[in-house]
Write a new protein. Structure first.
Length: 497
């Protein structure tokens, strides 16, 4: 009798477990049929985790290039159970980034944020973003860029000295990624933190170590945040960047701000521009704009975000420019002709060099340093001209690399041809290295000025050459949204002597 009762209750438990598992499978399958039901193609999601794993095991550029080729300009993926839409259609990109910006005001999704990160421009949206963006935008006008040009010229001269040393070594071979990383750290340390670092020495100062930790980040942590549901990162309090190192930079900047307040002579750097910055406050309820300044804490956040957003992006651009010039000696010679006949140390002359501009643009097209950018829907939305509807909080990815390599957008997209930027302009929303719309990269002008100056200086003085180790079929670093080449080597040869 007892035996039969036990058997019955164990059967009941087993039945409950089976029903529960069946219900779970049904629920997951239903969630994962979201795109199929709307006729949107895409890679098959893995049970429960969706397409998150692919982000970890392959590089984002290659992954999206494959999806784009296979499924077309609109494809659906899943972050866990959450639908994620990927859009390469230029009309829809315009709608999302500009026309319906109010529906898509945020870029990378805000998750758990440490106090300094809370004011990062990249993370803000709505009125807070509007205010911060309008306070920071005047920092990058051409007048301000001209003022900072002298400071960057100093960094370029130091880079030239380091290259001279390098060219005297037997192999004169170097890792461009490492070299441009050092150069760019020097630029940002001088412009944002008034710091003189000995970047070309092998010993790292404590400040440099902190910079390195903040900019290198942790790819696994980043991808985790990028891919998993928001509640999980919030619950685990996983912030995007190493808090201890960010706090070190905060204390340094706060001390600098105090010091600057008591100084009569002004230094022409980004930090000073931020301290001096004034702009009409954006107040949706009032038509009377009042002048406000950035608070010290906001200046700290701006300096740190400029370091994070500007450091590896610009050095990646310079790395690819060297690679493409080394493999395309005819392009390099044409560039040499232009820059050797011009006073590249003059801001206006440099800005007017058409071939240099085309070389930089073609490098940004073929090897965009940032391979995707994102928006998040803050309301339910139906994509114009389609029957595709997305719920509030859906993330949208714009696959920059895939768009730049689409033969519908560029003839012979795999060929490196700077001329294509001289004789015609790209079709709207097909050239997106700095994103698009009101959230377009705020540091674009600074990055271009910096990259043009140092590249022109390099090409005037040295020939960039491949080594036997320079592969034509490079591998990329995984776990990053940057297009970082893996294990790249290059050689330089002085032009004179
Ligand atoms: C070649 C160099 C660079 C590239 C390729 C690049 C690319 C990008 C891209 C793709 C975005 C996203 C735009 C969007 O969502 O529409 C972005 C945003 C941003 N970038 Fe850059 N960037 C570069 C250099 C810099 C520099 C030098 C700085 C600062 C000094 C900077 C600061 C920022 C900031 C603060 C944002 C966020 C803007 C906002 O959300 O309002 N970037 N960048």
């Amino acid at each position: 009798m007892i035996g039969t009762t036990q058997l019955k209750s164990s059967h009941l438990i087993l039945l409950c477990i089976i029903i529960f598992i069946a219900f779970l499978i049904f629920l997951v399958k239903r969630k994962h049929s979201f795109w199929k039901c709307q006729g949107v193609k895409g890679p098959k999601p893995t049970f429960f985790i969706g397409n998150t794993l692919e982000n970890l095991v392959s590089h984002l550029a290659k992954l999206h290039d494959n999806y784009y080729r296979k499924y077309g300009k609109i494809y659906g993926t899943f972050d866990g159970l959450k639908p994620h839409l990927n859009i390469g259609d230029t009309e829809l990109i315009r709608d999302i980034c500009i026309k319906d910006f109010s529906v898509f005001p945020a870029s990378f999704h805000a998750i758990y944020l440490s106090p300094v990160e809370e004011n990062f421009l990249t993370k803000l949206y709505g009125p807070k973003w509007k205010r911060m963006r309008s306070l920071l935008s005047p920092t990058f006008t051409s007048g301000k860029m001209k003022k900072m040009f002298t400071l960057i010229k100093g960094c370029t001269q130091d880079a030239l000295k380091a290259l001279e040393k390098l060219s005297k070594t037997q192999s004169s071979s170097f890792d461009p990624r490492k070299f441009w990383g050092r150069y760019n750290m020097d630029v940002i340390a001088k412009c944002c933190f008034a710091a003189n670092l000995d970047v070309y020495s092998d010993e790292e100062s404590i400040l440099q170590q902190n910079f390195t930790k903040v900019v290198t980040g942790d790819p696994i942590r980043f991808l985790f945040i990028f891919s998993v549901p928001e509640w999980l990162t919030k619950a685990l309090k996983i912030s995007g960047f190493p808090v201890k190192n960010i706090e070190y930079l905060r204390d340094l900047t706060l001390a600098l701000i105090e010091k600057r307040k008591n100084r009569k002579d002004k230094v022409e750097d980004l930090l000073q521009i931020l301290i001096d910055s004034e702009s009409p406050e954006v107040d949706d309820d009032s038509k009377d704009a009042t002048k406000v300044r950035l608070t010290s804490e906001e200046i700290v956040s701006a300096s740190v975000v400029f370091l994070i957003a500007g450091f590896e992006t610009t050095s990646t651009l310079l790395t690819w420019a060297c690679y493409r010039l080394a493999l395309n000696q005819n392009v390099q010679e044409k560039l040499f002709e232009e820059v050797s006949a011009a006073d590249v140390q003059n801001y206006d002359v440099l800005s007017g060099l058409t071939y240099l501009d085309a070389v930089i643009n073609e490098t940004l097209r073929i090897d965009p340093p940032v391979v995707v950018f994102q928006r998040t829907a803050h309301e339910d939305y139906t994509l114009p001209g389609t029957n595709i509807s997305i719920p509030k909080n859906t993330r949208i990815t714009i696959p920059i690399h895939a768009i730049h390599h689409d033969p519908d957008n560029y003839n012979d997209p795999e060929e490196y041809k700077p001329e294509r930027f001289i004789y015609q302009s790209p079709k709207p929303f097909t050239f997106l290295p700095f994103g698009a719309g009101p959230r377009i990269c705020i540091g674009m002008r600074f990055a271009l000025m910096n990259a043009k100056l140092v590249l022109a200086t390099l090409v005037r003085n040295y020939k960039i050459l491949p080594t036997h180790e320079t592969s034509k079929d490079l591998k990329f670093e995984k776990g990053t949204i940057l297009l970082s080449p893996h294990n790249l080597k290059m050689r330089i040869q002085p032009r004179s002597g």
